[in-house]
Design a protein around this ligand. Structure first.
Ligand code: SAH
Length: 362
């Protein structure tokens, strides 16, 4: 066999790595050892994988590479939130955010460069979609943050709430989940991972049949099609009633609930009537509601409601026996809060871009 291009370890889940090793004449279980080095111990240099023989290390080093996003810049908010600017192999940049104590440690990661969903209040939506991230780039954010924060082996949660719509990048997102939950790697419980989606129903229904099931968050934002359609263009395709029906059918694990995210926009979706409609809509759904007061930004034609409007809205939901929380905005001083994502001058295959990111804590 002629020597082929080295395979990227970052892009292989463990069964695929075992396959690749076997086809190169190695034993399949070497994949377990390599996964432990790369993900559990944070050692990407094959030469340092001392439980492989010297000869095997030399061969594996020639046959495989490990691509890791480059950490370009990090910035810390007064509230402890930290934002990381990462450069990918083709020069595109993304950001990931570390949110301490919410009450757990949380990594907010991106699934796409930009986003195609164009929600009216979200700056990422202004960019359009530049490209999907690969599974290796999604997991790579976790590897880089874990090292930068000295958190290899520590407990943390992951929210897929950075740039992008995870279900619009289905295969790579699912592969990333397989890598993150692999027992030989980060070994994350799927319960520590939350996937947030605007409601791409065919993909949601496909996800319902996956063996690995993260927590689910739905970006609902309004109780009627008229209101939601004006905020979330995808609502014209998959409306409120259909989304709620799909949520009712979703095979939730014991004691788990679907989070409904609701960005609060002054005079748009924050009236007591809206709260009542929302409560009615969610009756019979195993749900919790997460109200997200808008993070305003230049060019976003909405305002955040007054605090007492938000509390009144929350109270109405609580009176209807819904579990409700108001998302605390974190990292606003460093433009790391939900929807504050801006990527300036980002073009395919060029370096030197600037990005600022949005995230949410669950
Ligand atoms: N595409 C996915 C995940 C990305 S964003 C989704 O739509 O769910 C994570 C959350 O931040 C979403 O609920 C999104 O609607 C919200 N968000 C976007 N822009 C925001 C803003 N300016 N202020 C507050 N929340 C915002």
């Amino acid at each position: 066999m002629t020597a082929s291009r080295p395979l990227d370890l970052a892009e292989l889940d463990r069964p695929a790595l075992a396959e690749a090793l076997e086809s190169r004449g190695h034993q399949r279980f070497r994949a377990d050892q390599i996964f432990q080095w790369v993900y559990r111990r944070g050692v990407g240099d094959v030469a340092a994988m001392t439980d492989l023989s010297r000869e095997l290390r030399a061969r594996v080093a020639a046959e495989f590479t490990l691509t890791t996003p480059a950490l370009v810049h990090r910035e810390k908010s007064i509230d402890g939130t930290e934002k990381f600017l990462l450069r990918l192999a083709d020069g595109c940049t993304i950001e990931s955010v570390f949110i301490p104590d919410t009450p757990s440690m949380t990594f907010c990661v991106s699934t796409q460069v930009g986003c195609a969903m164009a929600c009216a209040f979200c700056l990422t939506g202004r960019m359009g979609l530049i490209r999907n991230l690969t599974a290796g780039e999604i997991v790579g954010q976790v590897r880089v943050l874990a090292d930068a924060l000295s958190m290899r082996g520590a407990r943390f949660n992951i929210v897929l709430m950075g740039m992008g719509e995870p279900l619009h990048n289905y295969d790579e997102t699912m592969k990333a989940l397989r890598i993150l939950t692999d027992g030989h790697g980060f070994a994350m419980s799927p319960r520590r991972i939350t996937l947030s989606t605007v409601g791409l129903l065919p993909a949601l229904e496909r996800m319902a049949r996956e063996p690995i099931m993260p927590n689910l968050a739905i970006s609902l934002h309004a109780p009627t099609d008229a209101q939601r359609g004006a905020l979330v263009p995808l609502n014209k395709k998959y409306g409120v009633a259909e989304i709620i029906e799909a949520c009712k059918r979703f095979p939730l694990k014991k004691r788990s609930r679907i989070t409904f995210e609701y960005v609060m926009l002054a005079g748009v979706n924050d009236s007591p009537q809206d709260a009542q409609r929302l409560a009615k809509l969610l009756a019979g759904v195993r749900s919790k509601v997460n109200l997200i007061p808008l993070n305003a930004a230049p060019g976003i034609p909405f305002e955040r409601p007054a605090d007492d409007t938000i509390s009144r809205f929350a109270q109405i939901l609580a009176d209807h026996h819904l579990t409700v929380s108001v998302r605390k905005s974190r990292g606003r001083d460093i433009r790391a809060a939900c929807g504050q994502l801006i990527v300036e001058g980002q073009k395919r295959s060029t370096g030197q871009q600037l990005a600022t990111l949005a995230f949410g804590s669950p």
